[in-house]
Design a protein around this ligand. Structure first.
Ligand SMILES: [Zn+2]
Length: 147
């Protein structure tokens, strides 16, 4: 089985923050409000996890170009299974198969010739790499959506 290629950070579209290849475990206690702060512009944002699965420690900032927001103040994560987000709030949702395809294509494009972990050494064509990622994709990876 091939490895999944280069370790370079792949920049996904703004509304997609991650794609993982394993199905994160189901846990109802994960439906919480979490605070994130941008390393660059210092914006703070509360993001609700609408699904009972893990979320990433970092997300892209929507207030500045290259900002990365980190999960802060873990001690005040608020369990909120019935939270109703306001219009304009960003929330964690499950990554759709269509969105996962965009992430895979970005990864293949940016990692095809990236040494020493190039995908071109592991797959005979970009189409074969895409087939592999589609086959190994499992429902449950996190994405961000604006309400
Ligand atoms: Zn920012």
């Amino acid at each position: 089985m091939p490895a999944t290629g280069c370790r370079k950070q792949v920049r996904p579209p703004i509304n997609i923050i991650a794609a993982c290849f394993e199905s994160p475990e189901f846990d109802p206690k994960r439906k919480v409000n979490k605070w994130y702060r941008c390393d660059n512009c210092r914006k703070k944002e509360k993001i609700w996890n609408s699904r009972p699965r893990v979320v990433p420690f970092t997300v892209k900032c929507d207030n500045c170009d290259n900002g990365i927001m980190r999960h802060i103040n873990w001690n005040i994560d608020e369990y909120a299974p019935d939270h109703t987000p306001e219009k304009g709030d960003r929330i964690f949702v499950d990554l759709s198969r269509e969105a996962a395809d965009i992430v895979f294509k970005n990864k293949i494009k940016s990692c095809w010739d990236d040494k020493p972990y190039s995908l071109s050494e592991e797959f005979e064509s970009k189409e074969k790499a895409l087939e592999y990622f589609r086959r190994t994709w499992k429902f449950g990876a996190p994405a961000i959506e604006t309400v």
